[in-house]
Write a protein that binds this ligand. Structure first.
Ligand SMILES: C[S@@+](CC[C@H](N)C(=O)[O-])C[C@H]1O[C@@H](n2cnc3c(N)ncnc32)[C@H](O)[C@@H]1O
Length: 261
C-alpha cells in the first residue's frame, strides 16, 4: 500500500487556527495587565483553540496512523463498485485530490482505465503533477485533467463507472446556472456515465446548506436504478470528533445505476 500524501484537513488550516488562538490568548493576557477589559479576548482564544484541537484530532483520525478513516471511506466506495480483480472498466474520479482513491482502486483491479479530474485549487495540498508521479511510482497510469466538476469536458456516456468523494459540496454554480453547484456536479456525473453504469458518490448530502431541500437532490437522482443511501457515520461506526456535524455527520454515500443499459 502506498503512503498517503495529504489529508482532508490541510495542515495550513490548523496552523492558522493555532496562530489565531495564541495571538488572541497572548493579547488578552498581556492587555489584561493594562485593562481588565482585554480579558474578554480569552473567550474567543479558547474557542479557536478548541477548534484547532478538534481539527488536529480529525486530521489524525483520517490519517493511516490514527484509524485511517479516509482510506476506509475510499475502500468502502470501491467495494460498492463490486469489481472483479480482472475487470477493466473505464472509471472517472471527480475531485480526485491526491489520487488516493485511484491508488486503492488499482490495488483492487489493476486493469481499470482510470481518469481523475480536479480543480487542484490553492485551498488544498493537492496537485496534478503529484497525482501523475504517485501513480507512475506505483507502476500505474491514469489520465488526469484540470476541470470544473460543474462542467465536465467529456461527452455523454463516456465512463462505465463514476465515483466522487467529498468534492461536490465545494462546487460553485457557474454564472447563469439555475442549479446549486453540488446538484449540477451530480447531474454532470450522471451525464458522463454510460447507461447501465454504476455511480458511487460520497458527500455532505445531509447538509441543507449545500444541497437545499431534500426534493432538489431527489429530482437529480430520481431516474437512477437501485439507489442506495447510507449515512457514513452509521455504516462505518465513525468515532468522535470525526462523526460531528462539521465533519462526517451529514456525509452520506449514494450509489446506484444509470438506467437504460
Ligand atoms: C476533500 S477533497 C477530496 C479529495 C479526494 N476526492 C479524496 O477523497 O481524497 C475535495 C477535492 O475536490 C476538489 N474540487 C473542489 N471543487 C471542485 C470543482 N469545482 N471541480 C473539480 N474539483 C473540485 C478539490 O480541489 C479537492 O481536491
Amino acid at each position: 500500500m502506498s503512503a498517503q500524501t495529504s489529508n482532508w484537513i490541510p495542515r495550513r488550516r490548523i496552523r492558522v487556527a493555532v496562530g489565531l488562538a495564541l495571538g488572541l490568548g497572548v493579547t488578552s493576557v498581556v492587555g489584561g495587565l493594562w485593562s481588565p477589559f482585554m480579558l474578554v479576548l480569552l473567550a474567543p482564544a479558547l474557542a479557536v483553540g478548541w477548534a484547532a484541537f478538534v481539527m488536529l484530532r480529525i486530521r489524525h483520525q483520517l490519517s493511516p496512523g490514527g484509524g485511517g478513516w479516509e482510506g476506509r471511506i475510499h475502500r468502502l466506495v470501491i467495494s460498492r463498485l463490486e469489481l472483479a480483480p480482472e475487470a477493466a472498466p473505464s472509471v472517472l474520479d471527480i475531485g480526485c485530490g491526491d489520487a488516493s482513491l485511484l491508488v486503492a482502486l488499482f490495488e483492487q483491479a489493476p486493469r481499470v482505465a482510470a481518469t481523475g479530474v480536479d480543480f487542484w485549487g490553492s485551498n488544498w495540498d493537492y496537485a496534478q503533477a503529484a497525482c501523475e508521479a504517485r501513480l507512475s511510482r506505483l507502476g500505474h497510469r491514469a489520465a488526469f485533467g484540470r476541470m470544473d466538476a460543474a462542467r465536465l469536458e467529456f461527452p455523454d456516456a463516456s465512463f462505465d463507472l463514476v465515483v466522487s468523494v467529498m468534492c461536490f459540496h465545494e462546487v460553485r454554480s457557474p454564472a447563469g446556472a439555475k442549479m446549486r453547484g453540488p446538484l449540477l456536479a451530480f447531474s454532470e456525473a450522471l451525464r458522463v456515465l454510460r447507461p447501465g453504469g454504476v455511480f458511487v458518490v460520497v458527500d455532505r448530502f445531509g447538509d441543507a446548506a449545500d444541497y437545499g431541500a431534500p426534493g432538489d437532490l431527489a429530482a437529480v437522482v430520481e431516474a437512477t436504478h437501485g439507489l442506495r443511501r447510507e449515512a457514513l457515520v452509521e455504516t462505518l461506526g465513525v468515532p468522535w470528533p470525526l462523526r460531528t456535524r462539521r465533519a462526517l455527520g451529514p456525509v452520506e454515500m449514494l450509489s446506484g445505476r444509470k438506467p437504460g443499459a
